[in-house]
Design a protein around this ligand. Structure first.
Ligand SMILES: Nc1nc2c(c(=O)[nH]1)N[C@H]1C(S)=C(S)[C@@H](COP(=O)(O)OP(=O)(O)OC[C@H]3O[C@@H](n4cnc5c(=O)[nH]c(N)nc54)[C@H](O)[C@@H]3O)O[C@H]1N2
Ligand SMILES: Nc1nc2c(c(=O)[nH]1)N[C@H]1C(S)=C(S)[C@@H](COP(=O)(O)OP(=O)(O)OC[C@H]3O[C@@H](n4cnc5c(=O)[nH]c(N)nc54)[C@H](O)[C@@H]3O)O[C@H]1N2
Ligand SMILES: [Mo]
Length: 767
């Protein structure tokens, strides 16, 4: 177990198998079993009555926004239920009656709790009262809110420079809380605002900003009704965005075709049994028309091949590409075409690993269609060439003129339910001159003008002692970031770590010399001030801002809302004479929204406009306005094919989510769609690879990576033969974060390479 100076905390919990059972992978998502599992989770944690009445208000206009994912709500939400199995699990996790209170911390030391699995830690329950872990202590003790704020103020004021502080955000926050947090960080004097987006869709943000002038997608939910083709790349919607399957179903109903590009045939992409329809529960529809089983990280090669073949057709009749669009709205077409010709079709086929007849089916479909949507998530962003993966998607849409018209466009499918809103209202490590100017105008102070630290660089700064205070608005930093051992050492180097959280997680155990837990209200809980309930706002994956209002009685009387906690911290640090009226913000959310209206483009009258189904933020792609880009045009790009130097005994590993987790929160031990029950330490491997290496089903192996001559190891995984391309492996995060090097990340976006880690396997004797 890794030692720290003060404490002996485990990074992973005791590693043990939990009793695996295997079944055949499923070929459909949702259905009656999905409904049953959803209800089981909520009934167990909340009781049947409360569970049913709460689920009925989820994602409805007067209800609260599901904290599960950022997929938008339809204009007319389903009367039966507008939630999915995994949304229900997210609710159950937050609304549980289990509590982590003073008595819990008195009973268990951080060393003891850290021996538990992430599953058991999460199941301990909701945090109920502020707690402090004093220097050299092994037990958290209660602290008053005032003393907690004072401790933070003292530590922050002791720093030699504001840049020694780090303010991390996870994407569950509201617009109001995120706006205040960003404002506070800037008023304190630093842009050190890493956020979960750095590990998630940053590659999308960078690629889309550079090519189309906005770091967000361009489609609305209604575009799915009109699309002729939807391409779903590097995404597992059946598990991570189940409500997206209804949109795909509708698209198909209207005659659209679905193409999936994924190394795995994920259940939700094969067949969908819509739980909101009686017929759907039984029969369902087949979702994907063509599945391209690409090798991990060879999407650029595959897209190049598709576009090369389309270009060859277009050369004959000039009807395949939208030449009018290309001429009017894009720049760089000629050099893009030239770039395509530097590879032969055979080379590209060999690299991407997809059978040519499947590629040809896609080519003949795309040749005739113009209303095309490309959806993607982590399968494209978390690679060294993540930014290029997305630029190559943009190239295809530009060729087909599939932007700025109904039924077409870019659709990066966001992760956390408000990760997009957090960024819109100011959580970013880079400098936005426009935002700085408005902050100066509205609040009367000058925000810092030097770029701050993103996630990977924040870890590095803490590791080498350049940053000393770490604060997190949600999330589970130590487990979410790559290179668990290095990240743990980084946090342990801090003098103070502060977690504003709803649930206990490993980041409360692997801490700075001093640590604070500040417990906060969850999305589903009533947020009242002087007896009147308040609402907050969020932005969904498609740029629509709307209200969210909790309805459940808070799990403890000693919880505070995120905006209140942040404004009290800011007040304690910056004092009552600061030009920002911090304490007023904690009590009056309308006031925060007034200030957001004045500061952030597109938010005017947000309090009124967010009512009902809300409003869309401005989006230049929808208007085909590329005036801010070079030559005033959307940009074609020449993208690099990934070039992994893989030795004969090495594999490329993707680290992904099971059906029973939300990031580092483990809901359960089943990955039903993939046929895995009661176990998370599994490694999916191609059967021929297994035979060739002399491995058998359920053999035990360690995963080992070797970057820059440093060996990193994740111990004890059970081998599962699976339909995955040769040379590729898959296993769950966060267990695998031990082998992902902290200093290898995507070019330009700095997103860790969580989906393409070079590893070898070492067989272990195990009884
Ligand atoms: N229930 C649930 N919902 C969630 C989450 C959760 O953990 N649980 N997490 C939320 C968050 S923060 C996010 S970011 C999203 C994540 O949503 P996803 O991106 O769907 O999540 P992953 O499990 O990482 O799955 C990535 C998919 O990409 C594929 N893939 C991997 N490598 C490649 C590649 O090189 N090329 C291609 N084409 N495909 C590849 C994998 O096979 C897998 O299907 O979901 C959000 N919603
Ligand atoms: N290897 C590998 N690593 C990855 C990924 C991967 O695919 N592979 N995916 C990456 C991605 S896409 C992401 S987004 C990150 C996720 O990184 P994070 O966002 O940091 O991690 P989460 O697991 O979502 O955080 C869960 C914790 O958030 C707290 N929480 C939940 N709801 C609330 C709330 O409403 N308010 C507050 N204040 N706290 C709350 C709870 O205490 C809970 O324990 O992980 C990244 N890490
Ligand atoms: Mo994410």
């Amino acid at each position: 177990m890794p030692k720290t100076i003060h404490r002996d905390v485990s990074l992973t919990g005791k590693i043990d198998f939990t009793g695996i059972q295997l079944k055949a992978p499923m070929d459909y998502a949702a259905g009656a079993l999905g409904v049953k599992v959803a209800l089981q989770h909520t009934f167990n944690e909340m009781g049947a009555l409360e569970a049913l009445s709460t689920l009925a208000r989820m994602n409805q206009k007067e209800g609260f926004d599901c904290a599960g994912c950022a997929w938008p709500d339809p204009e007319k939400p389903s009367k039966i239920a507008e939630y999915c199995e995994n949304g229900a699990k997210a609710l159950a996790e937050e609304a549980t009656y289990e509590k982590v209170d003073e008595a819990f911390f008195k009973k268990y030391s951080v060393n003891e709790i850290s021996q538990w699995s992430d599953f058991k830690i999460g199941k301990s329950g909701r945090l109920t009262t502020p707690m402090v872990l004093k220097e050299d202590s092994l037990h958290y003790e209660p602290i008053t809110w005032e003393d907690a704020y004072a401790l933070i103020a003292k530590e922050l004021k002791n720093l030699t420079s504001p840049n020694e502080a780090i303010f991390y955000t996870s994407g569950r926050s509201s617009n109001e809380a995120a706006f205040l947090y960003g404002l506070f960080s800037r008023a304190f004097g630093t842009n050190n605002m890493p956020d979960c987006s750095n590990m998630c869709h940053e590659s999308s943000g960078v690629a889309l900003s550079e090519t189309l002038g906005i770091g967000k997608g361009s489609v609305t939910l209604e575009d799915f009704d009109q699309a002729e083709v939807v391409i779903v790349m590097g995404q597992n919607p059946g598990t991570n965005h189940p409500r997206m399957l209804s949109a795909l179903e509708k698209c198909k109903h209207n005659g659209g075709k679905i193409i999936s590009i994924n190394p795995l045939a994920e259940a939700g992409l094969i067949r969908f049994k819509n739980p909101q329809k009686l017929t759907g529960l039984v029969k369902g529809i087949s979702v994907t028309d063509i599945h391209l089983q690409v090798k991990i990280n060879q999407d650029v090669a595959l897209l190049k091949l598709i576009m090369k073949k389309l270009a060859a057709l277009d050369a004959k009749n000039k009807t395949v590409f939208d030449h009018e669009f290309i001429e009017a709205y894009s720049h760089g077409y000629a050099s893009f075409l030239e770039g395509l010709s530097s590879y032969s079709n055979n080379e590209l086929l060999e690299i991407c690993g997809v059978p040519e007849e499947e590629v040809d089916k896609v080519v003949s479909l795309l040749a005739k269609k113009n209303r095309i949507i490309i959806c993607w998530a982590m399968g494209l962003t978390q690679h060294k060439n993540g930014v290029d993966n997305i630029k190559e998607c943009v190239n295809l849409l530009l060729l087909k003129g599939s932007l700025g018209k109904t039924g077409s466009g870019t659709c990066p499918v966001r992760g956390h339910s408000n990760v997009q809103g957090d960024r819109t209202v100011g959580i970013m490590h880079y400098v936005s001159p426009e935002l700085n100017t408005s902050i100066k105008k509205v609040f009367g102070f000058t925000p810092p003008n030097d770029e701050g630290l993103d996630t990977v660089h924040a870890v590095e700064a803490m590791h080498n002692g350049k940053a000393k205070v770490f604060m997190a608005l949600g999330g589970n930093f130590v487990s979410a970031v790559s290179d668990t051992k290095y990240t743990a050492e980084a946090l342990q180097n801090c003098s103070l770590t502060v977690q504003i959280s709803t649930k206990l997680n490993r980041s409360h155990l692997i801490t700075g010399r001093k640590a604070l837990i500040l417990p906060t209200l969850g999305r589903s809980e009533k947020d009242s001030k002087n007896g009147s309930p308040r609402f907050l706002t969020v932005e969904n994956s498609m740029g629509k801002v709307h209200r969210t209002k909790g309805m459940l009685t808070p799990k403890s009387n000693n919880l505070k809302s995120e905006p209140e906690i942040i404004s009290e911290i800011a007040h304690a640090v910056l004092g009552k004479n600061h030009s920002v009226p911090w304490q007023d913000f904690g009590t009056d959310y309308d006031l925060i929204r007034d200030k957001i209206s004045q500061t952030i483009k597109g938010f005017n009258n947000v309090t009124e406009k967010s009512e009902g189904s809300g409003f869309y933020l401005p989006n230049n792609v929808k208007e085909l306005d590329f005036s801010k880009l070079p030559h005033g045009k959307a940009q074609f790009s020449t993208c690099a094919i990934a070039d992994h130097k893989i030795e004969p005994d090495e594999f490329l590993l993707m680290t992904f989510r099971s059906h029973d987790q939300f990031n580092t929160t483990i809901y359960g031990l089943n990955d039903r769609y993939r046929g895995i029950y009661n176990e998370r330490r599994v490694l999916f491997m191609n059967e021929t690879d297994m035979v060739n290496r002399g491995f058998k089903k359920l053999d035990v192996v360690d995963l080992i990576s070797n970057y820059d001559t440093i060996e990193r190891r994740a111990a004890q995984f059970l081998l599962i033969p699976y339909n995955i391309p040769k040379g590729n492996l898959a296993a769950y995060f966060p267990e695998t974060n031990m082998v992902i090097p902290h200093n290898h990340f995507a070019r330009s976006s700095n997103t860790p390479i969580s989906k393409s880690v070079v590893v070898r396997l070492e067989k272990k004797a195990y009884k």
